[in-house]
Design a protein around this ligand. Structure first.
Ligand code: GDP
Length: 479
């Protein structure tokens, strides 16, 4: 098996990543005696999708690291280990940003272990807000370490592990190609084996967390029951459990869907039937737990009012998109607008809602709107179809090579007012999924203008079918 070592300054999450990679498998702990001290290096067999490799955790060295003379000692202690290691995962902490000590580790790696192929891993990425630019900033910094494309992930939550897989796979496969003819490759288990890909590594297969939100009486419970086709959701908590722990989970089209905060809204909905109140609208916290937010509107209310969305509804829709969630708008109670006498109302609702969504959330075009009657069970399949479709787009990952081919084409399509002001995009890559987040690396003195960014975003969405979800492109200026 190829050996992969996890390197990094203290507290960046080396052990967390190690534990995630070995899962429940046994970790071997052995001592590396050196001149003065004995430290542990843990080692185990990592499994990441179809990849298998030996993983070494240098976290045991942390105690020394914090006492100051980290680098020399680390060098000593890991000497033996490094001699038989082919790859390194160089961890940095996405929240802290790049520290001097990270730079030191980088320099040290290059000097002491020039033969080791290194991938920079930005850990704790689940806490990074791609939308405030903090992710772009750290990605840019990570590039400056000089080890190529960084991978952003969360060892804690497992997000981004498929990106690590993508980055490691070609390296490990190359390596195996070289060593396989070698007879004394001690393990019979090949790096790439036939085991089915583990679901956990394929983010699109992770359970879909769905939040059904909306004002009281719009029909959230009814819709949910229609989706579930039975009264499961209204059944009270099991003995000994509090209401909060009701967790509705169901299967749709072969995937697991969790309802986020079901207990919360059922409870509040029952208490607060009546006037629209912001308190019933899901808090930001709940939205953050959802992958897709289904905002339910009431068609009858829309037909009555001049604007399709009440203030609270606009707030929630904007929040969902600002937080980078997928949004699906559901207009319920369409059965109340049937019949010849309601024809005009019906049509105005059908036209007004998508228009108004576009007006209040101009940054995302094509947010799906589904018209349903939860009471009659009409449109419930369309709801789930849109939810899953949105989720899949939200999880999309586009290979860098494909993006750069696309970029060359699309930039030649763009009409530049002033060719001399045309920015040079050296490189375009997706740094994150859920939601898809891209970085354009620009060199030279010309930066991408807002117009350029809008053009790129629009083209990207059209060409890769990413309409209806928040997609973010950031630029990094290369120096
Ligand atoms: P929630 O507060 O959003 O969970 O709303 P409920 O599901 O409790 O529904 C509120 C009221 O609207 C109930 O009286 C439902 O029967 C009614 N309702 C829900 N969906 C529909 C629908 O599609 N058509 C009609 N006509 N009434 C509905």
């Amino acid at each position: 098996l190829p050996n992969v070592i996890i390197i990094g300054r203290p507290n960046v999450g080396k052990s967390a990543l190690f534990n995630r990679l070995i899962r429940r498998r046994e970790a071997l702990v052995y001592n590396t005696p050196t001149d003065h001290v004995t430290r542990d290096i843990r080692e185990g067999v990592a499994k990441l999708g179809d990849l298998r490799f030996r993983i070494l955790d240098s976290a045991g060295l942390e105690a020394e690291a914090s006492s100051g003379s980290v680098l020399s000692r680390t060098a000593e202690m890991t000497k033996n280990v490094l001699a038989r290691t082919q790859f390194a995962l160089f961890l940095i902490d996405g929240r802290d940003g790049l520290q001097d000590m990270d730079m030191d580790v980088g320099r040290w790696l290059r000097k002491r272990a020039p033969g080791i192929k290194t991938i920079v891993v930005i850990n704790k990425a689940e806490k990074l807000d791609a939308f405030s630019g903090s992710l772009a900033a750290i990605v840019g910094e990570a590039y400056s370490l000089g080890f190529g494309d960084p991978v952003a992930l969360s060892a804690e939550t497992g997000l981004g592990m498929s990106e690590l897989h993508e980055a490691l796979k070609p390296l490990l496969e190359d390596y195996m190609q070289q060593v396989l003819p070698d007879e004394d490759n001690e393990d019979e288990s090949p790096c790439v084996n036939e085991e089915p890909k583990n679901d956990e590594d394929d983010e699109a297969r992770l359970p879909l967390q769905l939040a059904i939100v909306g004002l009281p009486n719009v029909g959230k419970s009814t819709l949910l029951n229609a989706i579930l086709q039975e009264d499961r959701v209204l059944v009270g908590p099991e003995a000994g459990l509090t209401r909060d722990s009701i967790r509705v989970q169901f299967e749709y089209a072969g995937r697991t869907v969790y309802l986020v905060d079901t207990a919360g809204w059922l409870e509040r909905t029952k208490q607060e039937k009546g006037p629209s109140s912001l308190s019933v609208v899901q808090s930001r916290k709940h939205l953050m737990r959802a992958h897709v937010v289904a905002l339910v509107l009431d068609a009858e209310e829309i037909a009555k009012a001049r604007r399709s969305m009440k203030h609270a509804e606009v707030v929630i829709a904007r929040q969902a998109v600002d937080e980078g969630r997928g949004l699906v708008v559901i207009v319920n109670k369409m059965d109340l607008l049937t019949g010849q006498e309601n024809k005009r109302k019906y049509e105005s609702v059908i036209n007004a809602v998508p228009e108004e969504i576009q007006t209040v959330i101009p940054q995302v075009t094509g947010i799906p709107v589904v018209f349903v009657s939860a009471l009659e069970g009409k449109g419930r399949m369309a709801v789930m179809h849109q939810v899953v479709d949105t989720y899949e787009k939200w999880c999309s990952r586009l290979p860098t090579a494909r993006l750069n081919r696309w970029l060359r084409k699309v930039m030649s399509r763009h009409s530049w007012k002033d060719v001399s002001a045309q920015p040079k995009i050296k490189y375009f890559t997706q740094v994150k999924a859920r939601p898809p987040t891209f970085v354009a690396f620009v060199s030279g003195k010309n930066q991408l203008s807002d117009t350029d960014m809008r053009f790129l975003t629009k083209s990207l969405k059209e060409d890769f079918d990413l309409g209806g979800i928040p997609v973010r492109i950031m630029q990094r200026i290369m120096t």
